[in-house]
Design a protein around this ligand. Sequence first.
Ligand SMILES: Cc1cc2nc3c(=O)[nH]c(=O)nc-3n(C[C@H](O)[C@H](O)[C@H](O)COP(=O)(O)OP(=O)(O)OC[C@H]3O[C@@H](n4cnc5c(N)ncnc54)[C@H](O)[C@@H]3O)c2cc1C
Length: 429
Amino acid sequence: MSNREIVKADVCIIGTGLAGLAATLFAVNRGLSCVAVGQVGEINFATGFLDLLGVHPAGKKENAWTDPWEGIDILVRDIPKHPYARMPKADIRAAFEEILNFLEDGGLLYVRRMNQNSAALTSLGTRKPTYCVPRTMWNGVVALEKKTACVLIDFRGLKGFSARQIAAALQPDWPDLRTARVSFPDTDHLNEVFTEHMAGALILPQNRRKLAQTLKPHIKGAQIVGLPATLGLYRTEEVVADLEEMIGVPLFEIPTIPPSISGLRLKEVFERGLRAKGVHYLSQNRVLEVQHQTDNYFETRIGRTTAEQIVRSRGIILASGRFIGGGLHADRQRIRETVFDLPVYQPGDRSAWHRRNFLDTRGHLVNQAGVEIDDSFRPLNSSRQPAFKMLFAAGSLLAHNDWKRLKCGAGVAISSAFGAVKSFIRIDR
Ligand SMILES: Cc1cc2nc3c(=O)[nH]c(=O)nc-3n(C[C@H](O)[C@H](O)[C@H](O)COP(=O)(O)OP(=O)(O)OC[C@H]3O[C@@H](n4cnc5c(N)ncnc54)[C@H](O)[C@@H]3O)c2cc1C
């Protein structure tokens, strides 16, 4: 026990997915000392698009919102316990503003229309309504709208990304869309290629030159080229600008299946930027136990398998995600919250978790499961009171938030993180 390092902080953020990272940014920007701890979350698999609200009520394409802000008004009327209902829209706007500025400072640029969703291309050839699009993917949004003469290119050996499949879905109303398959430079001898390796290789200018030489013969009159998201994990803007100059037409990326370079870029920019702001960042670590001490601080034991560090903090923001992140765990009977054993909103018995038809347009009740909160983003105990004065929760852990179907994953993560930090500061006074 005596060998364990004790770190003191104002707030300990549990989870380094988008919600935890956003909460850490909002907290450190407001002068709070922060420890952030977590492992792999959904962000590593995410497309990089930042959804605000795509569809409501979920389940029907006709319910897609052009103006997500208008959609939020209807959503909070229909689902008064949805996380968006806990905060004014001005706070959601402010949260996005702060995140986008931070990402831009870190070299990761996003494009959005202030009051409008855009249709972004996916690796299935579908159009996803989203709010903020990585700049490397924005040309694809515009090309899809204008039906610009385009060649979509995929790489031999890259699983789960077929230019032909994407084009087949889009060609009926995009006649000037062609496809080509090429080998990524120096991978001809490989049966399988991986996005991380290609993105890493493009850091070197000589590999960019080789890729440009490979792409050029396939342009043949196309005004734009689409590629899987592989154009560098770091310095992406530079990689794209270089390639565009060499091939003579603009480029755009399409997100790939996980692990996704566009999700990893987000994570990398956050980690780098938060460390630079002085955050004590414990990646690849888990919270093993939290004790609430009588004199009103939390003692959080952190390590890989045994406690190696102890964090003493006045408050905690719990952003531990759902099943992928590890914040929720389902056994044969019930769903548990894994850090504090907080009550979890869930259907009465397991047979009600899923509907019989996987594609049921009403969705599955298990996707509404999560931790219920008060208006200050504090998880409720079994008496429906705040479990602790200074425990807050954010992100996909929150109940009444079927984010996949509503297409509001990043929006809930970012805005609830903002709400949690704002409440932390107000209640801490
Ligand atoms: C395949 C995929 C595609 C997606 N695409 C999009 C998209 O296009 N647009 C969009 O807006 N959203 C998308 N999302 C969703 C979005 O990424 C999530 O909604 C959002 O990241 C939720 O983040 P979160 O931080 O709440 O949870 P998570 O990302 O799951 O993070 C949870 C964190 O908690 C940590 N944790 C859990 N237990 C502990 C513990 N005991 N100790 C320490 N740490 C712990 C985990 O290690 C992890 O770091 C996608 C998600 C997936 C999986």
